[in-house]
Ligand binder design. Structure first.
Ligand code: SF4
Length: 326
């Protein structure tokens, strides 16, 4: 029996109307599924649409954004009425850990009082019960409950990020989105935060989406990853598939551009820059930077095709391989 994914995004599109009337298509047909306990990495260069994707699933985009597609939690579609219909699910079903934990805490209130806030707001708990729960959440992320009475500036960077995770869990969400949660932390603390996210996914049965531009972070924390380019998914598969059997030239270049990830200390840079998203893209969006492009790449956008049992890639070279095999 095929189980219903806990979190499913189907054919998600996000576009912004520009002041001159043109449209900027930031996310173009992104789809992925996640089951309880899974951590999916969303990776790619800046501006590839990964943060916009998760902000859309939280209903947190600015009013200038239009969103279309399907977002399902346990099979229930939550985008039917546009972004407004996502809002009741925000924090209760889907919660987010933002980049730079200091930004999500007010400096003039204790950490505990801020963790209590979403519980009160959503009618989960109040008064002594909410304070007790805030202490429990802090302990769950490795901070003594008594620290609830301290102010954010009294926490180290790592503690603040842990507290931000505790706050995101205040309403017992099923889905946790983490946007570059380890940026600015030293390597040891970064490893601890990633370990914490993976262990919370496992023990609480959370579906976690981890946005990062950092491939070693994906290797450390994720079971699967989607490589995004120009607002599309270029390749999606298990971390092992992507590392050892990638089927998209962009994925291969991303790995080659990461120092020492595959035991090779030669680092290459990816030539050129991503295409402008406020202009129509004809053919493969990666073709200007791709040294494997064939004639078809200039005219036809490649679709995602299965290249393994649960591994997909959008590159015409895979169609050619398939044709040779037939
Ligand atoms: Fe390169 Fe063509 Fe594949 Fe795009 S479709 S990644 S241009 S080979």
């Amino acid at each position: 029996m095929i189980s219903v994914p806990l979190f499913s995004v189907r054919d998600l599109h996000v576009w912004f109307e520009l002041p001159d009337g043109r449209e900027l298509h930031a996310v173009n047909g992104v789809s992925f599924d996640l089951h309880a306990g899974e951590v999916l990495g969303l990776v790619g260069e800046s501006g590839c649409g990964k943060t916009t994707t998760i902000l859309a699933t939280m209903g947190l985009l600015p009013s200038s954004a239009d969103v279309a597609g399907e977002i399902r939690i346990n099979g229930e579609e939550i985008l039917h009425g546009g972004e407004a219909s996502v809002r009741p699910h925000r924090w209760r079903d889907i919660a987010m850990v933002f980049q730079g934990a200091m930004n999500c805490f007010s400096p003039v209130r204790t950490v505990g009082s801020q963790i209590v806030e979403p519980m009160k707001l959503h009618g989960i708990a109040k008064g002594a019960e909410a304070r007790r729960r805030a202490g429990e959440l802090l302990e769950m992320v490795g901070i003594p409950a008594a620290s609830a009475d301290r102010f954010p500036h009294e926490f180290s960077g790592g503690m603040r990020q842990r507290a931000a995770i505790a706050m995101a869990l205040a309403c017992e969400p099923k889905i946790l989105l983490a946007d570059e949660p380890t940026t600015g932390l030293d390597v040891m603390v970064q490893a601890q935060i990633l370990e914490l996210l993976a262990s919370l996914a496992d023990t609480l049965g959370l579906a976690v989406v981890l946005v990062t531009h950092d491939l070693p972070v994906v290797a450390e924390a994720c079971s699967r990853a989607a490589v995004m380019y120009a607002g599309r998914i270029a390749e999606l598969g298990s971390v092992d598939d992507l590392y050892h059997d990638s089927h998209h030239p962009y994925t291969r270049l991303l790995f080659a551009a990461t120092p020492d990830l595959l035991g090779d200390d030669r680092v290459v840079s990816i030539p050129g820059s991503p295409p402008r998203l406020d202009r129509e893209i004809v053919g493969c969006p990666f073709r200007e930077r791709c040294d494997s492009a064939v004639a078809e790449c200039a005219t036809e956008e490649p679709a995602l095709h299965l290249v393994g049992s649960s591994h997909v890639a959008a590159c015409h070279l895979n169609d050619l391989i398939e044709n040779v095999r037939q």
